[in-house]
Ligand binder design. Structure first.
Ligand SMILES: NC(=O)c1ccc[n+]([C@@H]2O[C@H](COP(=O)([O-])OP(=O)(O)OC[C@H]3O[C@@H](n4cnc5c(N)ncnc54)[C@H](O)[C@@H]3O)[C@@H](O)[C@H]2O)c1
Length: 227
């Protein structure tokens, strides 16, 4: 596994495509308070692999819960547990968990460090890469948010095996988008591997993650230089 570094005007982030959740402790800061943000489903399947933490906060599932109320829940629980500016947020989940947790990290005490274990294909190829985070508001998607990069993003291929097929397809749609916009070879690779995609072939899925991260990181660097 070779980490891909995103280096932009909003900061640096290390994308660890192919890393295992079992190794997450080595990326966490020493002697700092750690809060894990996740949802009940991820916890039921992967809770036994979570690192040691001082607090765990569960976000209710579903797009309707990508809200200021969920961000407020995180802030309230962290404040009650006396988390300070040196604390660290570790989000373990799909795009919704990562978007809310990144937003909470960006605003808690004017910003604390955070990292992701990204558990859906969509979040590995898109949502957890690039520093966009936020919540929906008043019926508008992502109306409230910030640009803020995680310290690291772990994209563990093994976790994709338990994704429902509908979630796998959502992720593939983003890969097709990346292929169409920026990489004809990637698009051709998708066309040649439809059977393997259906079988959750992890080598194929990791090629999708790797190529998508490269495409997204280039576009972020370009956008940042235009801001
Ligand atoms: N920030 C960005 O740049 C960006 C980009 C694209 C999408 N998004 C956002 O991402 C969100 C969608 O994210 P998503 O598609 O990952 O959905 P999600 O986070 O809702 O996850 C989908 C479901 O799959 C479950 N799940 C997650 N990982 C699993 C696993 N390994 N095994 C079994 N079940 C698992 C979750 O518990 C959840 O019920 C949207 O809110 C969208 O706006 C953000």
């Amino acid at each position: 596994m070779i980490p891909i570094t995103i280096d932009s005007e909003i900061g640096k982030s290390k994308i660890l495509a192919g890393e295992s959740i079992s190794n997450v402790t080595q990326y966490l800061p020493d002697n700092k308070k750690i809060v894990i943000i996740t949802d009940e489903k991820i916890n039921a399947v992967y809770g036994h692999l979570f690192p040691k933490a001082d607090l765990i906060i569960f976000i209710p599932q579903g797009e309707k819960n990508k809200s200021l109320q969920s961000a407020e829940l995180i802030i309230q629980k962290m404040a009650e547990a006396e988390f300070d500016r040196s604390s660290f947020i570790l989000a373990i989940g799909g795009g919704i968990v990562c978007d809310i947790a990144g937003f909470a990290a960006a605003i808690y005490m004017r910003g604390i460090k955070f990292g992701f274990v990204s558990t859906t294909l969509l979040s590995q190829v898109d949502a957890s890469v690039g520093g966009k985070n936020g919540v929906n508001f008043g019926g508008y998607k992502n109306l409230v948010g910030t640009f803020c990069l995680p310290e690291f993003v772990i994209c563990d291929p093994e976790m994709l095996k338990t994704l429902p097929q509908s979630e796998l397809i959502s992720g593939i749609a983003e890969v097709v988008k990346h292929g169409l916009i920026a990489d004809a070879n990637l698009f051709e690779f998708i066309e040649q591997n439809t059977d393997k995609i259906r079988k959750y072939d992890l080598n194929v899925l990791m090629r999708f993650v790797h190529d998508s991260v490269i495409i997204k990181s280039k576009s972020i660097s370009r956008l940042c230089s235009m801001i």
